[in-house]
Design a protein around this ligand. Structure first.
Ligand SMILES: NC(=O)c1ccc[n+]([C@@H]2O[C@H](COP(=O)([O-])OP(=O)(O)OC[C@H]3O[C@@H](n4cnc5c(N)ncnc54)[C@H](OP(=O)(O)O)[C@@H]3O)[C@@H](O)[C@H]2O)c1
Length: 337
């Protein structure tokens, strides 16, 4: 087994973070920090966009769950910057509608639709094969597709749906897209996680949520935690093949069809405070496009590295993350040794 520095314990990460007093206070005071107010305060101190408006020309981006909300905004922003963008979606009609919307706003955009249900192994394999065949390279892969199940469901392969959607599918897609990713000179992979993960520990002994009373919000946040915990290991695993630029981020609270449908009460109460989809997509788009050298494997929000823990009870050891990595890697067929 590899010996891993206790990065996963995250004291090191947290020590390096220097968010400034107001910024740090906003992070801890969740309501203002994750709202549009937080973004408004931080905007003044954020690293700038590329000065080149078509900075992504000649590059290709794949965005999962790109027919709605944050994913659609990521796709649209990357297409406006000149990238060829593939909307990896599970429903062709919704994907085509999103493509039409993006092209209507930016007629020169090169936007394509590919079918990919990220929770389903066969669909991910078929999508990866098609993209490897059709694209000369993939410079950016954004794992955005997300869902909050109302009850425990399993995919066709018998895996709990939130785990399959947020962790297993993205791992498999990354692994199988390596030919196209490593054909790009500096490929980047970005996980759209959630601030909800701050409340959840890493559940290594029951990743499929077979035990205890199932709550969709818990399953969602646990698997968003897993994304953040696994990001450094994914970066380390693929670095020898040329992919170390792997990052996770959270968008804050964003007014999207997803949040309106899955948390209607929250959506009603907080409506005016929520960020727009474009504001929610901002950090993912910035991570995808910046020419700044990014430290690999870190967790970002509002264009800044953020701590991965605020609560002592969510901390985990390097050994626990390694065990989760082995479970997930073995499940999807990645050689994890
Ligand atoms: N909105 C927020 O406040 C917030 C906060 C934290 C994190 N996030 C994260 O941001 C991401 C985007 O969410 P959103 O708020 O923009 O929600 P959204 O509007 O519901 O968009 C979610 C997208 O994911 C797609 N999707 C779900 N399951 C999929 C699957 N198995 N395969 C392929 N696509 C799938 C959906 O496709 P369909 O249209 O076919 O359902 C939809 O396009 C998610 O990962 C979410 O967890 C959002």
């Amino acid at each position: 087994m590899r010996t891993r520095p206790a990065n996963t314990e995250n004291t090191a990460n947290t020590e390096k973070v220097d968010p400034g007093l107001l910024d740090a206070a906003l992070d801890r005071a969740i309501l203002p920090g994750y709202s549009r107010f937080g973004l408004w305060v931080r905007r003044r101190a954020q690293p700038a966009d590329s000065a080149e408006p078509a900075a992504m020309r000649g590059r290709t981006a794949v965005v999962t769950g790109a027919n709605s909300g944050i994913g659609k905004e990521c796709a649209s922003a990357l297409a406006r910057r000149g990238a060829t963008v593939v909307l990896a979606v599970r429903n062709r009609a919704r994907g085509e509608q999103a493509r039409a919307d993006i092209v209507a706003a930016c007629p020169e955009a090169d936007v394509r639709v590919a079918l990919c249900d990220v929770s389903d192994r066969d669909s991910v394999l078929a999508c990866a094969e098609k993209l490897n065949d059709e694209l000369a390279r993939v410079d950016v892969l954004i794992h955005n597709a997300g869902a909050l199940p109302s009850e425990r469901e399993e995919n066709a392969q018998g895996h709990e749906l939130a785990l399959a959607t947020h962790v297993l599918g993205p791992l498999l897609l990354t692994d199988r897209l390596m030919p196209a990713l490593t054909s790009a000179p500096a490929p980047r992979v970005i996980f759209v996680s959630s601030g909800g993960m701050y409340a959840q520990p890493l559940v290594v002994d029951d990743p499929e949520y077979r035990h205890g009373r199932y709550r969709g919000a818990t399953a969602y946040s646990r698997t968003k935690r897993m994304q953040v915990a696994l990001t450094p290991l994914i970066a380390e695993h693929y670095a020898p093949q040329g992919l170390s630029d792997v990052h996770s981020m959270h968008p804050g609270w964003v007014n999207t069809p997803g949040i309106a449908a899955s948390l209607p009460g929250f959506h009603r109460l907080t409506g005016p405070l929520l960020r727009s989809p474009a504001e929610g997509a901002d950090t993912a788009v910035w991570l995808a496009t910046t020419s700044t050298t990014l430290p690999p494997g870190r967790f970002w929000h509002d264009r800044k590295v953020r701590p991965e823990h605020y609560l002592r009870r969510t901390r985990y050891t390097a050994d626990e993350v390694e065990r989760l990595w082995r479970y997930c890697g073995t499940t999807v067929g990645i050689a994890v040794d």
